[in-house]
Design a protein around this ligand. Structure first.
Ligand code: EPU
Length: 296
């Protein structure tokens, strides 16, 4: 029995994170804990805090690059903290953080609830999407968040109004792990919602390498511009470092085109940043979270 085992939390040692990221890259976590309810999550989180361990929160693994050496401390995974059926009240959906965003969008089509259509095709969990204020174009998930529940690190949970959160471009001021969120949507004709979701997904499939292993857009768009346009304009489509490759389809995607490791991705990222700085005098910032990082 490990210190973080519990009735509704499984804990494992030295688990390869490559299997839990969409990049398919990453060394082992010292401890990987997967709670399946909110209070077990809060208990496991508190146990890790008491031990003074570095803590990383893993949602759907779709926006992280994990180092080849792996992660010291504990990775708290949201994978089992999910919902299989919607809990809806007056067009407000309450959903646990580990639920895939795609599942929630599927519910909204069935239920005829508008508001998330532009987020269709974004991989990952609802909690991860909210933490990063995921979005497409002008729309981001923060616009729909009525409330969130977070783990306080002492074994408890607290509620925060969506309006009290600072929602930036692919960033928020949410410092505590999110265990559940409430999304406020608008009733609409299910067929209209379905058709908008389909439109978003077809546009994404046409423009982005959705079948390749990646972490989505690698760099943030600089104000008023597009990282994809700049990387493309710098002639970097198809550029490789080992098996990491700048997607020939959309230049802001770095894809794992074989057996890339984190070192390959970072080397390629460096080439891209230098070249874009040289050609356009713009410094590109990562959108993808690189682990290890400072504990949350
Ligand atoms: N462009 C190029 N070459 C490329 C890619 C894009 O010239 O290789 C040009 C396009 O032709 C277009 C402009 O750049 O004129 C913008 O491209 P796009 O419409 O693909 O949007 P984006 O700004 O690159 C953003 C988000 C995506 C989101 C799309 C769709 C960021 C960093 N990216 O991409 O989000 O799916 O809009 O709305 O905000 C993500 O966050 O992981 C992500 C992929």
């Amino acid at each position: 029995m490990l210190w973080c085992d519990g009735p509704n939390a499984t804990a494992q040692r030295n688990i390869r994170l490559a299997d839990r990221t969409t990049f398919g890259i990453g060394g082992p976590a010292d401890f990987l804990v997967e709670p399946s309810d909110e209070s077990s999550f809060a208990q496991a989180h508190a146990a890790a805090v008491r031990r003074g361990l570095p803590i990383h929160i893993l949602g759907g693994g779709s926006n992280v690059l994990v180092a080849d050496e792996g992660i010291d401390g504990v990775v708290l995974s949201m994978r089992r903290l999910d919902d299989n059926t919607p809990s809806v009240n007056n067009a407000v959906i309450r959903v646990r953080a580990g639920t895939p965003l795609a599942r929630v969008i599927h519910w909204t089509v069935r239920l005829g609830l508008a508001g998330l259509e532009s987020l269709a095709g974004i991989p990952g969990s609802v909690g991860g999407a909210v933490r990063m204020n995921a979005g497409a174009g002008e729309n981001a998930i923060g616009d729909r968040v009525a409330a969130l529940w977070c783990s306080d690190g002492g074994g408890g949970l607290f509620r925060r109004d969506g309006e009290a959160v600072v929602w930036g471009y692919r960033r928020t001021d949410i410092a505590h792990p999110i265990v559940a969120v409430e999304l406020a949507l608008q009733p609409d004709d299910p067929e209209a919602v379905r058709s908008r979701v389909r439109g978003t997904i077809s546009a994404k499939c046409a423009a982005q390498p959705v079948d390749s292993r990646s972490a989505g857009c690698f760099f943030k768009n600089p104000p008023g511009d597009s990282a994809g346009r700049l990387i493309d304009g710098a002639g970097l489509k198809g550029r490789r470092a080992g098996d990491a490759c700048v997607s020939p389809k959309h230049a802001n995607f770095i894809i794992n085109d074989g057996d890339a490791n984190a070192g390959d991705v970072m080397a390629l990222c460096d080439v891209v940043q230098r070249r874009v700085a040289q050609v356009f005098n713009v410094v590109l910032e990562h959108e993808v979270c690189c682990w290890p990082m400072a504990p949350a």
